[in-house]
Design a protein. Structure first.
Length: 233
C-alpha cells in the first residue's frame, strides 16, 4: 500500500510538473517581453504589464506606468494556488495593492486544479484598467467644474495706470460736487475743487470778461491778513 501511495505521488508530481512546463511555454509565447523567469526550480515568474491613464487635455499623451506581479509556484501547483505579490505598483497606492492581492488570491482559490497564471494576470489588467478609468473620469469632472467657474480677465495694475486712474477719479469726484451755473461759468471755489487744488486753470473755465468769485474760506487766516495788509499799503 505504501509503495502504491509513493507511485501515485510520483505520478501526481510528474503530472503537475508537466502542467507547469506546458503553462510556462504558453506564457513565454503570450508575454514575450513582459515575462521574466526568475527561477525554474522552484518556478518563480514575474509578469509586468504596461498601463496608462488618459490625459483630459486633447492632444496630450497618456500617463504611462507599469504594474508587476511575482508568482511562486509550489510543487503541488496547480492543485494549490501560487504565491502572489506585487513587484511594482506604478500608480496604485499600497491600500489598493493590498485590496487587489486579496481579490486575486480569492480568485486563485476558485481556480485550483487548473493552470491560472494567465487568468490572474488578465484579472489584474482588468482591475488596473478600471482604476485608470476612474482616475480619468475624476480628472474630467474636475476640469468641467473648473471650466464652469468664471475667470475674470482684467487689466494688469501698474503704478502708472493706477496713478492715472486715481487722478481721473479725484477729478470726476470733485466735478460732481460743483454746481455749474446756467452760464456754465465756475466760481473760484468750484474751479479749485474741480482741479483738485491745482491753480493752473484754463481760461475757458473762467470766462473772458467776468470776474471769478473767490471763497475766502479756502484760504488760511494768515493769508487773508497778508492780503489785507497789502490792500492797506
Amino acid at each position: 500500500k505504501k509503495v502504491q501511495e509513493k507511485e501515485e505521488a510520483v505520478v501526481s508530481t510528474q503530472s503537475t510538473g508537466e502542467e507547469q512546463e506546458g503553462e510556462l511555454e504558453a506564457l513565454e509565447s503570450i508575454f514575450v517581453t513582459e515575462l521574466e523567469i526568475v527561477s525554474r526550480q522552484p518556478p518563480i515568474y514575474v509578469v509586468t504589464i504596461p498601463c496608462e491613464i488618459k490625459d483630459v487635455e486633447v492632444g496630450k499623451p497618456p500617463k504611462e506606468f507599469t504594474v508587476g506581479l511575482r508568482f511562486r509556484l509550489p510543487e503541488e501547483y496547480p492543485d494549490v494556488p501560487p504565491e502572489i505579490e506585487f513587484t511594482e505598483g506604478g500608480e496604485l497606492d499600497e491600500d489598493l495593492q493590498k485590496s487587489i492581492l486579496i481579490e486575486l488570491k480569492e480568485f486563485a482559490e476558485q481556480e485550483v486544479g487548473c493552470v491560472m497564471i494567465f487568468t490572474l494576470v488578465s484579472e489584474l489588467q482588468d482591475k488596473v484598467n478600471k482604476f485608470s478609468d476612474s482616475i480619468y473620469d475624476k480628472k474630467v469632472q474636475e476640469k468641467e467644474d473648473k471650466d464652469k467657474v468664471p475667470v475674470f480677465h482684467g487689466t494688469i495694475v501698474t503704478r502708472q495706470n493706477f496713478t492715472e486712474w486715481q487722478q481721473a477719479f479725484i477729478l470726476e469726484r470733485n466735478l460732481k460736487k460743483v454746481k455749474v451755473a446756467q452760464t456754465d461759468k465756475l466760481t473760484g471755489k468750484q474751479i479749485f475743487l474741480a482741479k483738485g487744488g491745482n491753480l493752473e486753470i484754463g481760461e475757458n473755465l473762467i470766462g473772458e470778461t467776468e470776474d471769478v468769485e473767490v471763497d475766502e474760506s479756502l484760504f488760511e487766516e494768515d493769508e487773508l491778513l497778508d492780503f489785507s495788509d497789502s490792500d492797506e499799503d
